[in-house]
Design a protein around this ligand. Structure first.
Ligand SMILES: [Ca+2]
Ligand SMILES: [Ca+2]
Length: 285
């Protein structure tokens, strides 16, 4: 590894760029590391210089310029990131369940459109869509409109039935969900419970093959794991969970804080955090 002080906001970093990083932080609760060299997945380890103990946390995906790392506490810590290979059993074409809070921000609509385009190109298999917000019912109809637009109107679609999680703000979904004449979809604001749809999708797939992709509040995974059969299916069928934006909006706000600890404690395998994409300006030319 080479001294690479410019890659970490602490100014103290050794790196084999794109492969391995060692960052020292003397104080503060968080810092950033420039992981833009590669979209590799890294194992995250924290080394406590005061006790000599290490702890391994969730994996993280590279790609972000200022990727944020929250320290275990505000003492001095060493962060070790090491490239991790994908599991050998993972399918070459990812089979994806897309879990979204479609509604207040347009990025979810863009993400679903990109997934459909990747499915058309044979680069992913789209298994189903889960709508996780309970406060704006039209998000689920917008998912169906987008699925129908891309020729997948019968894709399994699940919805959270409670009302305690989500953002009530609606920027575009009522207009799209209710315009069935234009988009020819058949779901406006009601779809089956996500707790029944998740298992149905997982049951139909080979072992350790499914990628769950959450770009909203991932509490649906908590409801799934509270069910014994659901937990069994997570262990058997899921290859990986990739979550957008650890902390903040998706993990701590809009009612999600009640589920966050249970989710992170119960999830039975490593998972992957992608940057929130705030630097990607969609819709601009
Ligand atoms: Ca439909
Ligand atoms: Ca979202």
């Amino acid at each position: 590894m080479q001294p690479s002080s410019g890659l970490a906001s602490t100014g103290l970093c050794l790196a084999k760029t794109g492969v391995e990083y060692l960052v020292y932080s003397a104080r503060g609760s968080s810092f950033t590391v420039n992981l833009s060299a590669s979209t590799n997945v890294y194992t995250v380890r924290w080394y406590n210089p005061r006790t000599g103990q290490t702890s391994t946390n969730a994996n993280v995906s590279g790609g972000g310029v200022d990727q944020l790392f929250k320290k275990p506490d505000s003492n001095d810590w060493v962060l070790h990131l090491n490239e991790t290979p994908r599991s050998a059993g993972a399918p070459k074409v990812p089979a994806v369940i897309f879990d979204t809070d479609m509604g207040s921000d347009c990025d979810d609509a863009g993400a679903l459109a990109v997934l459909h385009a990747l499915a058309d190109a044979g680069e992913v298999r789209l298994l189903g869509v889960i709508f996780s917000s309970g406060k704006n019912r039209f998000g689920v109809g917008t998912c169906d409109a987008i699925n129908t637009y891309y020729g997948r109107g019968d894709l399994p679609l699940g919805q959270y039935q409670g009302t305690n999680v989500g953002d009530p703000t609606d920027s575009y979904t009522k207009r799209i969900a209710t315009d069935t004449n234009r988009f020819s979809h058949d779901i406006i604001d009601k779809a089956p419970d996500l707790v029944s749809v998740y298992p149905k999708i997982l049951e139909s797939q080979p072992d350790h093959s499914v990628t769950i992709l959450t770009v909203g509040h991932p509490h649906g995974l908590v409801h799934l794991m509270r069910d014994a059969r659901g937990m069994e299916l997570v262990r058997a069928r899921v290859d990986r969970w990739v979550a957008m934006g650890m902390g903040g909006w998706n993990f701590e706000q809009c009612g999600m804080s009640a589920y966050c600890e249970e989710l992170l404690n119960k999830w039975p395998m490593p998972f992957y955090i992608s940057p929130a994409g705030a630097e990607v300006i969609t819709g601009n030319r």
